[in-house]
Write a protein that binds this ligand. Structure first.
Ligand code: PAF
Length: 305
């Protein structure tokens, strides 16, 4: 496995692979890799014969500086996981490679309108602008045929698909299914920062998705009734604040109709405030560093199934 730091070296590698007729997939990550990322690598490998994993904790997509500082950084473990997964290249650029003038003085941004307004967009100002800008830079350097993103970040995937079409990148965007812990919690690099209480309470997210799914399976079609039950369950089971619990059209991300007549996205985001009295089971140094931990998850509810 090759480890590349510079953007020009990656471009050179990629151009050579293309010239030799290989197909390249890019799996963009911010590191702290878990089984969810590795399943994206597997998806990438199924589609192409060359796989690049980029590891870069992108400062411009964090609206909360303490979240950026506390984001787990475990490069040695990440490299070992990539090696084990058969990745061809890990691209781990320094910030200057991607923001030559410094991230704070960057003047050029890629912004997708509309799709970025609701859900995470309304709670995290500037977040998606940071994501779409960095993903554009990653695409320009890696020149992949395929790029793979997790479906846990449903809105991010929708935004990147739209950006790829609008900017004519000619890259296939593939989604990878959410991977879960044995108890249903969606894998996230931020899970290691949950204290014991928060970890237990976080299970309410997947429980609420399942509850909504069973309501729909039993014939419930009322948007308001489903959300009322979901929000009540979230409220009762956790001290976390509910950033959102929303039913949306899976394509446009506009609010789902009052009476469900086709597939809808149920998306949930909870924010766990730091709790210094919550002795964590976690021995990870990045746990309980004083930053809030924000968890998201989603499910498509299909009344026709
Ligand atoms: O999903 C992530 O980890 C990040 O948002 C991404 C796509 C790697 C961009 O920094």
């Amino acid at each position: 496995m090759k480890i590349i730091e510079s953007r020009s070296e990656l471009q050179g590698w990629s151009d050579r692979q293309r010239a030799e007729g290989h197909r390249i997939a890019l799996v963009p990550t911010m590191g702290a890799l878990h089984a969810g990322h590795l399943s994206l690598v597997k998806t990438a490998r199924e589609r192409t014969d060359r796989v690049i994993v980029s590891i870069f904790v992108n400062p411009t997509q964090f609206n909360d500086p303490s979240d950026f500082e506390g984001y787990p950084r475990v490069m040695d473990d990440d490299l070992a996981a990539c090696r084990e997964a058969g990745v061809d290249v890990v691209w781990a650029p320094a910030a200057e490679e991607l923001y030559p003038q410094g991230a704070a003085s960057s003047a050029t941004w890629v912004d997708v309108e509309g799709l970025t307004d609701p859900l995470c967009g309304s709670n995290r100002p500037g977040h998606f602008r940071g994501v779409t800008t960095i993903v554009t830079k990653l695409f320009l350097a890696a020149r992949p045929h395929v790029a793979v993103f997790g479906e846990k970040d449903f809105q991010q995937l929708a935004v990147i698909r739209r950006m790829t079409v609008d900017l004519g990148f000619g890259i296939e965007i593939a989604g990878g299914q959410t991977v879960r812990e044995h108890d249903g919690l969606a894998l996230s690099s931020r899970n290691v920062r949950l204290g014991r209480n928060a970890r237990r309470q976080a299970l309410v997210i997947s429980r609420s998705l399942a509850l909504a799914e069973s309501m729909v399976a039993q014939g419930e079609r009322s948007h308001a009734a489903i959300l009322e039950v979901v929000r009540k369950q979230l409220d009762e089971a956790t001290q976390a604040s509910i950033d959102y619990a929303d039913l949306r059209d899976p394509e446009s991300l506009l609010p789902a109709p009052e009476s469900l007549d086709g597939p809808v996205l149920l998306a949930i985001a909870l924010q766990f405030e730091p709790d210094n009295t919550d002795n964590t089971d976690n021995t990870d140094e990045s746990a309980n560093v004083g930053a809030a931990v924000r968890l998201i998850d989603n499910r498509i509810l299909n009344p026709k199934e």
